[in-house]
Design a binder for this molecule. Structure first.
Ligand code: DGJ
Length: 733
């Protein structure tokens, strides 16, 4: 019976005439004869990189013929005769390695074959080109459109797939990668970024060997924490900041992700990136489009520094909301008060915000819930009404008080979550993700709401919209998400429980999309119990992210160093707090290398310390444009020496900011001079020391002038031998 239906489908496909379809147009008839094709080359390019795909006239399949430095000789293109590697390998026919896509058809046939049908290229803007390639199964009405967007100047590619079918009943898809890239190098070096709460973004490099290496997470509500959805892949040799061929990749997805690296028997590497298919087979309805999230990647032939700058340039324009603009400096009260505050205390903190010269006060957790007051993390989450004991006059009074001081007011929320001790839990047990027949499993005493349910999406939207409508003066939001999914079951999804991981994230995006339509530019910090939700899927809705709850400045150097490979400084929130026992100067200098804020008891500062902070805020405001929008050069890695040195240089190379931190120093240890980068050799620069502290010992180049050539070739003595000391220089033409 099964054999007959396959045969029927095949005969139908042979006798139905199909034309090459424009994938951007109306949906094509899926089932149709695929016209024979001649060899076709499809080139997707940036300024310096070519990704060349080749349709083989022999078998009609699509292959990756070349990915590397731009080919400038037209003959080189004509010489692309080898088939190459499959661009989006399927499962069930002749592929013996990991597939990009796998599906079982209505008749139970578990195989998929994808042949080239057509492609089109669209110039979206002078900088952006979109190439869409339609692939179709010759027997089953099942197709994939591969999308490749190239950002010419930024040297960045985005790739994603759209999968659909018109079989009679839903088709189960088991694998659905965003991209599959191939490399033929002598050796492959993978750098991953892993960690845990308060120890995010630890870098580790290892050589890939034959077989499969997987970087993935299964956390549900977020991508990052144990593994971050980012990697560097060095080809042939280990790369460093200025040398080597290196691919930097990241997935724009805020949930389970998977990067799979497989070296085959011939030493070729395939890198398959996308949502994690683990426990997530998806039942795809006929004619519905299944979209995979964009895989973002850049290939640098001059080391990791350039790869980072490519991603930063791309992110500033296209990846992070409003990143070409500016950011607000702020005073947060989480470290200073925890849940323990009232109107009087907050009025004092508003005074402090003003006194410090900061733009905004950010009121953190603990301001809401009455039946089960939010006085600790065991109660109240979900009940978003002002707590009457702490705030008898509501947020309205705080907003007025902020306004009268000329500072902004921001507020913390965690709208996707619920404490069992809450009215929300009592009223809507079916809105909560939890397994029947098993005890509830808590993380930070809370559970996750079932965002796949449209009623819950409305609830979350209304929490935010309600807050902003009732208090139009709110100028900033910190959106937290303090747990992952465990013991997960959705009442709403019924027999489609394996959809939960994908549908949750898409539902979150739907809520954020709605909110951004109404509030397109409100600054919102992405937070997830520290740095847990740091990815470009979310960042298009957020202006910045909380990098880690660990604000010990020594730890922070490593954490911020890790993020700097993939995310621009303007998006990384760093607060000066009382964690760690480093000097105030050291803590401030570390916070300055991104988006600076404070979370300290201002009252506890001495006069001298207060003055130092006030000056630091003024300096930061004058330098922040260079830090936020300049090019980053990592000069000395804390992973290689007992110090870290980095600098930002503005586009016209007229201004730079250099940060140097001595982490430790052994008896007799000397630090070499550091050659700067990114300056104009012909310009003369004057050096001004920032955040000068009376307590700092060691040399300073303050007031001296040097040519860019001297600074880049002879270098400067930057690092003092005093452990936990730091220096910040403005270097201006
Ligand atoms: C976790 C965040 O990372 C902290 O900064 C703080 O906002 C707490 N949540 C509040 O509960």
């Amino acid at each position: 019976m099964k054999k007959l239906s396959v045969l029927a489908a095949f005969l139908l496909s042979v006798f139905t005439l199909a034309s090459a379809q424009d994938p951007a147009g109306p949906p094509p008839p899926l089932q149709g004869r695929i016209p024979p094709v001649a060899d076709v080359l499809i080139t997707v390019s940036t300024l310096n990189t070519d990704l060349i795909l080749r349709v083989s006239g022999r078998d009609g399949r699509l292959y990756q013929a070349y990915f590397g430095a731009k080919l400038t000789n037209p003959d080189a293109l004509r010489q692309m005769r080898d088939a190459g590697h499959p661009v989006y390998a399927t499962f069930g026919t002749d592929n013996l390695f990991e597939p990009a896509v796998r599906a079982t058809h209505n008749d139970g046939n578990p195989s998929l074959e994808l042949k080239y049908v057509s492609h089109m290229t669209e110039k979206i803007s002078p900088d952006i080109t979109l190439t869409k390639i339609l692939l179709r199964d010759p027997v089953y009405p099942f197709e994939v459109t591969l999308n490749l967007k190239s950002f010419t100047k930024e040297e960045v590619f985005e790739e994603w797939a759209e999968i659909r079918h018109t079989e009679k009943k839903p088709v189960t898809i088991y694998n659905y990668a965003s991209s599959m890239l191939h490399f033929d190098a002598r050796k492959y070096w993978l750098t991953q970024y892993h960690g845990d709460w308060a120890e995010e973004m630890k870098m580790a490099e290892s050589e890939l060997t034959a077989g499969i290496k997987i970087l993935d997470t299964k956390l549900g509500t977020r991508a990052h924490m144990y593994q971050t959805p980012v990697f560097l892949l060095s080809l042939n040799e280990k790369s460093d900041e200025t040398n080597g061929e290196v691919l930097a990749g990241t997935l724009a997805w805020s949930g389970n992700f998977r990067f799979l690296f497989e070296i085959d028997e011939k030493g070729s590497l395939r890198v398959i990136s996308g949502m994690n298919p683990f426990a997530s087979e998806y039942s795809l309805e006929p004619s519905k489009v299944f979209n995979t999230p964009p895989m973002i990647f850049t290939l640098s032939t001059s080391g990791q520094g350039q790869a980072s700058r490519n991603l930063h340039h791309w992110a500033t324009k296209y990846g992070v909301l409003d990143a070409t603009g500016s950011r607000l400096t702020l005073l947060n009260n989480w470290e200073a008060t925890g849940f323990n505050f009232d109107e009087k205390k907050l009025a004092g903190i508003l005074d402090d915000t003003k006194k410090m010269g900061l733009d905004l006060f950010l009121l953190d957790d603990g301001w809401f819930a009455n039946k089960y007051p939010r006085n600790n993390d065991r109660a109240g989450l979900g009940d978003w009404q002002e707590n009457k004991a702490k705030l008898p006059n509501g947020l309205g009074l705080l907003l007025k008080e902020a306004e009268s001081r000329g500072v902004g007011f921001g507020i913390w929320i965690e709208p996707e979550m619920v404490n069992p001790r809450s009215e929300l839990y009592e009223n809507h047990p079916d809105w909560i993700l939890k397994l029947p027949n098993r005890p509830e499993h808590y993380y930070r005493n809370q559970l996750v709401l079932d965002l796949t349910n449209p009623k819950v999406q409305d609830f979350v939207y209304n929490v935010v919209d309600g807050l902003l409508t009732a208090n139009p003066g709110i100028a900033f939001i910190k959106w937290d998400c303090n747990r992952m999914m465990t013991n997960t079951y959705s009442v709403y999804l019924k027999d489609k429980q394996s959809h939960i991981y994908i549908d949750y994230v898409n539902s979150l995006y739907a809520v954020l999309e709605r909110l951004r339509q109404k509030y397109p530019h409100l600054p919102i910090m992405l937070c997830s119990g520290g740095g847990g939700r740091v990815d470009y899927g979310a960042l298009k809705y957020f202006t910045e992210f909380w990098a880690s709850d660990n604000t010990d400045a020594l730890e922070r150097i490593y954490i911020q160093w890790g993020y700097s490979y993939f995310f621009p400084a303007i998006s990384v929130c760093n607060h000066v707090t009382s964690w760690g026992d480093q000097s105030l100067k050291f803590r401030t200098d570390v916070a300055m290398m991104g988006k600076m804020g404070f979370d300290i008891k201002v009252n506890d500062l001495t006069e001298e310390e207060l003055k130092f902070c006030q000056n630091a805020v003024v300096s930061y405001k004058s330098l922040s444009d260079v830090i936020w929008h300049g090019d980053l050069f990592r000069l000395i890695s804390p992973y290689k020496e007992n110090r870290a040195v980095l600098m930002y240089v503005n586009e016209s190379r007229s201004r730079a900011v250099l940060f140097g931190y001595t982490l430790n120093s052994r008896y007799g240890e000397t630090f070499n001079r550091v050659c700067l980068q990114g300056l104009d050799p012909d310009k003369t620069y004057k050096i001004r020391e920032i955040n000068v502290s009376n307590r700092r010992r060691g040399m300073s180049e303050n007031g001296r002038s040097y040519t860019g050539e001297y600074l880049m070739k002879a270098g400067l003595d930057i690092s003092s031998g005093t452990p936990l000391s730091s220096i910040v220089y403005e270097i201006a033409e």
